[in-house]
Design a binder for this molecule. Structure first.
Ligand SMILES: [Zn+2]
Length: 245
């Protein structure tokens, strides 16, 4: 059985036996990896502290029959700021929890890796209102796994928008012709907030967007939650624990 080197972000850890830990990681090259870190709960363990959730680490592993074994771990970025207060760690835990659900073992997914890294970096920088980063993360993650929220065109007939009707099931905005009778139009600002949340790239604009379009952001956030729960077929329980200003 071979040894290999990988970069990974720690998603979660479990106790195993008296002194070991099982670590779930999203790696850059192999998708999700479940590995054992032996002896890390012994006092004075060399690298136990480097394998905290949210940490970005450089690892040496060897392939085991069921679980791989971590031989060595060096910190690339601890993302310690994510653990610093309740709001940020609640936001970080939604990000890693959902990543753990969608990541496939043995399947490289660089877009997912870069998204998680960017989301944790945004939280690590200490934003006032971390919840908006979670909203963006959720819509961007849905997009990475194949469910992009349409905002520039009708999600059904692709007629160019913007359109004023929003549908969770159809996957974004709907034109007047496709919207079911009785659908209520939303404020154009809501569609614009959903568009920015779902767009890949900029994180720095998000806090201002949430502040200046507070009402539209609230509606966009409930849409985001419903969208992700529907298309990923998951209840987002930890999302309820997010403090919102
Ligand atoms: Zn249409």
């Amino acid at each position: 059985m071979g040894t290999y080197r990988e970069q990974g972000i720690v998603l979660r850890t479990y106790k195993l036996g008296e002194t070991d830990r099982i670590v779930h990681l999203l790696t850059q090259g192999r998708g999700k990896v479940r590995a054992v870190a032996k002896g890390v709960r012994r006092p004075g363990s060399r690298f136990g502290g480097r394998l905290e959730p949210y940490s970005h680490v450089d690892l040496h592993l060897y392939e085991g029959r069921n679980l791989d074994v971590i031989n060595q771990a060096e910190l690339i970025a601890a993302h310690a700021g994510v653990r610093e207060d309740y709001a940020r760690s609640a936001a970080g835990s939604v990000m890693v929890e959902l990543t753990d659900i969608v990541a496939q073992e043995g399947e490289r997914d660089n877009a997912l890796f870069l998204l998680l890294r960017a989301g944790l970096q945004a939280l690590d920088a200490g934003p006032d209102d971390p919840a908006v980063f979670v909203d963006a993360f959720l819509l961007r993650l849905a997009s990475v796994v194949g469910f992009h929220a349409f905002t520039d065109a009708c999600a059904l007939c692709r007629r160019p928008g913007p359109h004023a009707f929003l549908s969770v099931k159809a996957g974004g905005t709907l034109c007047p012709g496709c919207a079911p009778a009785g659908t209520r139009a939303v404020d154009p600002q809501v569609v614009e907030v959903v568009r920015v949340l779902a767009a890949t790239g900029e994180w720095a604009v998000l806090p201002r967007l949430a502040r200046e379009s507070a009402e539209a952001h609230r509606t966009a956030a409930s849409y985001t939650r419903a969208f992700v729960e529907h298309h990923l077929d998951r209840r987002l329980r930890s999302y309820d624990l997010l403090p919102r200003s």
